[in-house]
Design a protein around this ligand. Structure first.
Ligand SMILES: [Zn+2]
Length: 144
């Protein structure tokens, strides 16, 4: 099922302005969030337009949570946050996706929700994005 107004389904410039594909996982795709205010922030998006977790088949749900968990484990190993935050919102973009956000105790957001879309965003150079993506891809390869 493809939703024509959804940028995850559309896979066009709107998506490319916000994130970069890192890898296909079992039932989802791992993206690097271009705003790296939270260093290592990624998104795990389910590979089909589904709105809610409870709309997944039980086997899909299990594989999706496994994808989220593997992604989180890899980010934890690279960025060593004090805690990973998992954000499932989708008010505006209802395509099922999880924000994986490394959090640090020294952050002003510690103990509270991360700011999803900060006014001051932190964009990196293409080279810096590529370096982060390559490290994550290497770790994913090692897990397979
Ligand atoms: Zn969609």
């Amino acid at each position: 099922m493809v939703n024509k107004t959804c940028f995850y389904c559309d896979q066009g410039t709107e998506l490319q302005n916000l994130m970069i594909e890192i890898a296909k996982l079992e039932v989802s795709t791992l993206y690097l969030n271009k705003d790296q205010t939270h260093k290592g922030r990624c998104i795990v998006a389910f590979n089909r337009h589904v709105k809610e977790l409870f709309q997944l088949e039980s086997s899909e749900l299990s594989l999706f949570i496994k994808d989220v968990s593997n992604g989180a484990m890899i980010l934890n190993g690279i960025f060593h946050p004090d805690k990973l935050n998992y954000g499932i919102y989708g008010d505006i973009v209802s395509h099922l996706h999880v924000h994986l956000v490394p959090k640090y105790q020294e952050s002003s957001e510690w103990g509270d929700s991360f700011i999803n879309s900060p006014d001051q965003k932190c964009f990196l150079s293409d080279k810096e994005y590529t370096e982060i993506i390559q490290i994550i891809q290497e770790r994913l390869q090692q897990e397979r």
